[in-house]
Design a protein around this ligand. Structure first.
Ligand SMILES: Nc1nc2c(ncn2[C@@H]2O[C@H](COP(=O)(O)OP(=O)(O)OP(=O)(O)O)[C@@H](O)[C@H]2O)c(=O)[nH]1
Length: 551
């Protein structure tokens, strides 16, 4: 119950000490048998060029994400795989190694997708006789993703760099709402999906039940599911061999001009913007001049490498590889997530990029001390470099002075952004009550979209004839005995039932169209409370619906 949808800072701060406690349950992986070998590449050896990436043509590369419902064990599984490959030392460092932000560690949730490169020797079945030391070495890029619905934008961006996923499902809880959402994200991206039934060490684990759910809901072959415990290490020896056997190599062309997708970025005080990139075609070397398809600006690559798991210079990134570059970009206006970067001297067809993020809630952010506007401006600029899903426009309030109106993907996202501003940039921030955007239609036929009620003209000289509000399609999975109260809750919140189906004899999946405003405040807490914590909830945005109309 660590990573629930939290609709207020009060709840969050109350839970925080409890959440932090849960990190103390560090677990050690018993010695793992099987035909695998730790790679000799260690961080100590990682001087520039020490890692020869030319040994890893696309057929020796696998790029995969770990996706799952909240708390089903993604980050713990990632820890074990990093240990298994010698990328981090067993028992060293903190649990959930890739959850690096203070906010992630305090709340016990992943909010940023993180990539780590691992090396792993793998013997194919037909080469049984080969000694493991002579088996081919593979470069594996693992992306750990967030599980909470507010951060599914991170998941969809991560999938753009992958050819496959590990779909992790808790062996006791079974398929939950975000399992369904994440499965479809991977399925629609045509990725290879490896189901991993995790936490089989729990007394209530029921892997056969979960296998049946995977079959009935997603048509995934139960015989292909891996059974693991990221806690005890059971079954983990099959994970990376399955990744290599079942996930295709990246499809890019080595001899084509460079095309590189900008996946993510963050601001470093010394180096400027550090971009995470996936090289789709061609190759990039330190010192190369690259251009942005979005802005046309040209940059020189001053540093380039992989995350192994920290920044490890390599001097080059080749087709299919995922890594980082430093090129003198200074802001998000330059480092545009989803942009295609290419050699300055060549022109290329840009890659599809990402769908723009859809902002669900808006809130004003103001400096607690009005004179700190510039400092807050600076902090927000730096932070949105690492969170491209936030929209920011300047606004002025008579009571609070100059500030910003920011769009977020949900309440938890808003709360996390606020907390990161305070923790990572020392900003003292006042935020206004979250609102959702409405569309108003006037008697002359004109329409206006309003994110802030204060922005609605008090005397526009014409009357309002209609108003639309945003809606969502919510997926709720719950045990049968709670169906009655949940239907009542959804009706009270103006929901329309779209689907009601049994995913197994005792569990129901319901879909509702609900006005966004009705779920923004307290819906999730109420849902959890009336189902004793057993319901899981996910939503995607849907069209605007009439709030009222005057004929
Ligand atoms: N018993 C048991 N507990 C596990 C196992 N794997 C993970 N856990 C525990 O489950 C909790 C959640 O694990 P995480 O790895 O943070 O889950 P997550 O899916 O990354 O969570 P989010 O990033 O918040 O979505 C932690 O307390 C882990 O120690 C397992 O195999 N068995």
């Amino acid at each position: 119950m660590r990573a629930l949808y939290r609709s207020s800072r009060f709840v969050t701060s109350t839970l925080r000490p409890l959440l932090y406690e849960s990190y103390r349950f560090g677990t050690l992986l018993p010695l793992i048998g099987g035909e695998c070998s730790f790679c000799s590449h260690s961080r100590e050896k990682s001087r520039e060029g020490a890692l020869d990436l030319s040994q890893y043509p696309p057929e020796r590369i696998r790029n995969f994400s770990i996706i799952a419902h909240v708390d089903h064990g993604k980050s713990t599984l990632a820890d074990r795989l990093l240990e298994l490959t010698g990328t981090i030392k067993k028992g060293h460092g903190q649990p959930q190694y890739l959850d690096k932000l203070q906010v992630e560690r305090e709340r016990g949730i992943t909010v940023k997708a993180q990539t780590a490169t691992m090396f792993f020797r793998h013997k194919f079945q037909q080469h049984e006789a080969t000694e493991i030391v002579n088996a081919p070495n593979f470069l594996l890029n693992l992306i750990d993703t967030p599980g909470h619905v507010d951060f599914s934008y991170e998941v969809s961006r991560s999938l753009a760099a992958c050819q496959g996923v590990l779909l992790v499902v808790d062996a006791a809880q079974g398929v939950q709402a975000q399992t369904v959402a994440n499965f479809y994200l991977a399925f629609e991206s045509n990725l290879a999906i490896i189901p991993v039934i995790n936490k089989i060490d729990q007394p209530t684990a029921d892997p056969d039940r979960v296998k049946a759910q995977l079959k009935s809901l997603f048509d995934l072959d139960p015989n292909h599911a891996l059974l693991t415990s990221a806690k005890t290490g059971q079954g983990l020896e099959h994970v990376l061999p399955s990744v290599i056997d079942r996930i295709p190599a990246p499809p890019g062309k080595c001899d084509s001009p460079l095309r590189m997708l900008l996946l993510d970025s963050y601001y470093d005080e010394y180096k400027g913007v550090i971009c995470h990139v996936a090289v789709v075609d061609g190759a990039l070397y330190k010192g190369d001049k690259i251009a942005s398809s979005a802005t046309g600006h040209v940059y020189e690559v001053s540093d380039i490498g992989i995350m192994h798991p920290e920044l490890t210079p390599t001097g080059v990134l080749l087709t299919g590889q995922v890594g980082y570059i430093v090129s003198g970009m200074r802001s998000t206006a330059e480092a545009r997530v989803g942009d295609t970067l290419h050699q300055a001297k060549s022109t290329v067809l840009p890659l599809p990029g990402f769908k723009p993020a859809k902002h669900m809630v808006f809130s004003g952010l103001y400096p607690a001390d009005g004179s700190d506007f510039d400092a807050l401006n600076h902090a927000i600029e730096r932070l949105i470099c690492n969170d491209a899903s936030v929209s920011v426009t300047k606004e002025t309030s008579t009571a609070l002075g100059m500030g910003f109106r920011c769009g977020f993907l949900g309440l938890l996202h808003m709360d996390v952004f606020h907390q990161r501003l305070e923790q990572e940039y020392g900003a003292k921030v006042l935020s206004t009550i979250p609102t959702v955007p409405y569309i108003f239609e006037y008697s002359d036929g004109s329409k206006v979209k309003v994110q802030n009620p204060a922005a609605l003209a008090s005397n526009p000289g014409k009357s309002v004839t209609a108003c639309w509000e945003p809606s969502v399609i919510a997926t709720i999975i719950l045990p049968c005995e709670y169906v009655g109260p949940v239907i009542t809750l959804c009706s009270e919140r103006r929901g329309d039932q779209l689907e009601y189906s049994f995913i197994e004899s005792q569990r129901v999946l319901m879909k509702y169209q609900l006005p966004l405003r009705e779920i923004v405040v307290d819906f999730y807490n109420e849902l959890k409370s009336i189902t004793s914590g057993y319901a899981s909830f996910d939503y995607e945005d849907a069209q605007y619906v009439t709030n009222f109309s005057i004929n």
